[in-house]
Design a protein around this ligand. Structure first.
Ligand code: GN1
Ligand code: MG
Length: 368
């Protein structure tokens, strides 16, 4: 654990938590942020919180990130409240303010921390176990987009500009190949060829947006399956997490990343590529779940590109992993040599699998 209990206790003293820390552990070391869970004794009751350190290298303006998070979580809570939804404190993240009423705390070392109430009785999964789970993810992210459609108060801050600008991502890859600063391109010839051969897909959604055929919406932008908390007892999606990239975007980016992270039974860095496959029964459930909550606001162009979006976003993440591999692994945290290359290979295998089934996938969506 990078941060020890004692340090977390010191950090937590700055938040409105009135209790003694009993136990803390690493909750998740993602590709970007560090997340800890900590149990406190508050007047004889055990309460859990999440403490999270924001990666300032990736999120250049963490104050603006937190302003977005506050606006989004407050709006969702108000709307759920107004509809008399039960279980409110487990349905949307609750930010615990600091003792002086701020949404975040900057430590003496300059690190940027925020705290959430722990959503008890839920689980997240790195890979989907049943098609029903994919339905739940689709329903939850569709509902998330729908609840935010009327967010008041002006455009959200773009926490990472051009985040899903697939054309820019492609150009960044071309540059990394050209520079080949670490002399690694020779180890990734087939992947480079795979990527460069698909230049024609990178502009499809961007062009449709530029022509006004697809509207800008408030989107999550990181709809990995492990960002949905499912109720441990019922399996129902309770809460969408990881809100740092919630900003103006395209609804299809969200659906595409759901295809990427729910339809193959494998992990993102699976090395046995024979196991990596877009499974149509899971896709069908995912699409049904998503359209059950998003179907009433998506336009026809968006609907017509739903299967395509899975291919594009999987390709996009694949080229991001490849770019990072070629540029020395500076962005995504790695846990072994060539980790980003492995991740890239898994994505590209999935792109191929989607390509083979894209027509059948879209045909199913068209029939819904
Ligand atoms: C990163 O850190 P994590 O796992 O939530 C990344 C996403 C990628 C994802 C790939 C801010 O998300 O864009 O899709 O890894 N987040 C950022 O697993 O770059
Ligand atoms: Mg994330």
């Amino acid at each position: 654990m990078a941060y020890q209990e004692k340090q977390l206790q010191d950090i937590s003293r700055h938040f409105q938590i009135y209790g003694e820390i009993q136990h803390a552990e690493t909750f998740k070391i993602g590709h970007i942020n560090e997340t800890y869970s900590a149990t406190y004794d508050q007047g004889g009751t055990r309460v859990r919180y999440i403490h999270q350190k924001i990666n300032k290298g990736v999120f250049k303006n963490p104050v603006a990130v937190m302003r977005n998070v506050m606006r989004v979580t407050t709006h969702i809570r108000r709307k759920l409240e107004a509809s008399n939804a039960p279980d409110l404190t487990r349905r949307s993240l609750i930010v615990i303010p600091t003792r002086d009423g701020k949404s975040h705390y900057v430590g003496r070392d300059g690190e940027f921390w925020r705290t959430f109430l722990f959503v008890e009785g839920t689980q997240t999964f790195e890979a989907v176990q049943t098609p029903t789970q994919a339905f739940q993810a689709g329903r939850a992210f569709g509902e998330f987009q729908s609840l935010l459609a009327d967010l008041p108060g002006g455009r959200l801050h773009e926490t990472i500009p051009a985040f899903h600008d697939t054309r820019r991502r492609f150009m960044a890859l071309q540059q990394a190949i050209h520079k080949d600063h670490y002399n690694r391109a020779r180890n990734a010839r087939p992947e480079i060829e795979f990527a460069l051969g698909r230049a024609s897909i990178v502009g499809v959604i961007l062009d449709a947006m530029a022509k006004g055929k697809i509207p800008e919406r408030i989107t999550h932008n990181d709809t990995k399956f492990n960002n949905v908390m499912l109720d441990s007892a019922t399996g129902k999606a309770m809460c969408v997490v990881d809100l740092d990239t919630v900003m103006p975007g395209c609804a299809l980016y969200d659906f595409g990343d759901m295809i990427r992270t729910t339809t193959s039974p494998t992990l993102e860095d699976e090395r046995d590529l024979a196991k990596v496959k877009m499974q149509i029964p899971t896709f069908k459930k995912l699409a049904e779940g998503y359209l059950s909550t998003a179907g009433n606001f998506l336009n026809n162009t968006e609907k017509s590109l739903m299967a395509f979006s899975g291919k594009l976003i999987t390709f996009e993440i694949g080229i991001r992993f490849l770019t990072d591999f070629l540029s020395g692994d500076n962005y995504f945290r790695i846990h072994r040599p060539d980790h980003n290359l492995d991740r890239c290979r898994t994505q590209f295998k999935l792109v191929e699998s989607i390509e083979q089934q894209e027509r059948a996938m879209q045909k199913f969506v068209d029939g819904l």
